[in-house]
Write a protein that binds this ligand. Sequence first.
Ligand SMILES: NC(=O)c1ccc[n+]([C@@H]2O[C@H](COP(=O)([O-])OP(=O)(O)OC[C@H]3O[C@@H](n4cnc5c(N)ncnc54)[C@H](O)[C@@H]3O)[C@@H](O)[C@H]2O)c1
Length: 331
Amino acid sequence: MLDVAVVGLGWWGRVIVPLVQTSDALRLVCVADPDPASAAFAAQHSVRHVGDYASVLADPAARAVILCTPHTLHCEQIVAAAEAGKHVFCEKPLSLTRDEVLRAVAACEAHGVALAVGHERRFEPPVIEAMRLVRSGALGRPLQVEANFSQDKFLGMAADNWRMSEREAPAGPLTATGIHLLDLSVGVFGEAEQVFASVRQLGSGLANGDTLAMLVTFRGGGHALISAILATPFVGRFAVYCSAGWVEVRDRAHPEAPKGWTLTVCRRGEDPVVTEYAPAQAVLANLEAFAAAAQGRAPYPVSRADMVANISVFEAVVRATRSGRVEAVEG
Ligand SMILES: NC(=O)c1ccc[n+]([C@@H]2O[C@H](COP(=O)([O-])OP(=O)(O)OC[C@H]3O[C@@H](n4cnc5c(N)ncnc54)[C@H](O)[C@@H]3O)[C@@H](O)[C@H]2O)c1
């Protein structure tokens, strides 16, 4: 068992706490949030509550932290956890700039702690199968990703919520959903080269924009065409077109409450084959993979190179939405 503290008890921290409490691989030793109202949630879940992150870092009972905090805090909180010798699971985005993610990764390497990121889409059973097929070469050379992750969960938020601020959530839907698809695209093609992206406020009052389109080119070849919208009902689709076939995953619901998936695989000259997948807890699978990595039982499936590549392209997307031009990805 890995003894963990969940830090940040807002929307996502409150999804993660009960999941951790069902796990045989993780044990929840405390939770932290400066908002006094979060103490009642901790009491309901019979877990010790502290008001500040420093108390978690000073607590020898917590071997690891799970960060579910605002985005601008991520880099410093990862570095502080590593310096305190704690393994780190951080929600996406791991950081907001390439310089920051390099610093976060370097701190974890210097202090010999595991680093994991909240990209649960990689742990969805049909996505694992799609990635396995693409990497095996069975569908030929990967040519292009086409993906969409849209939802309307933010429509009711107060206008001053940090999730709508340009500083915490640049490029509108990017930090909410688009970044998951950048991560999957990096998983297929590796480092990105250039980005064109546009964000508009078209269908809501979300001040930093609700409709994001991205076109990414990759150094080794390949494109990703990514759509992320926060003003339309949920849709989740990830497709990889290859020289000898294609594979597509369609989600039935947001990862918060999975309802299963449909996987379609088409090989040249054959009819598409459709497989239905039952609901599975990808968020928990990701957390348990983190525990396995922290305890040296298995490497974490998302490489640190992919974590850096993802934030590098993320940063270029933000620049492109501001400049209106094609932006090079650093690296
Ligand atoms: N993986 C996913 O699918 C998914 C889904 C939703 C949110 N998220 C991510 O989870 C993170 C949190 O988002 P959210 O929607 O839950 O936000 P939220 O605003 O609902 O919750 C954030 C919480 O962090 C607390 N907090 C602020 N500063 C803190 C500090 N220094 N120490 C401890 N707690 C602090 C706040 O009081 C608040 O309760 C973000 O990174 C977000 O992108 C991931």
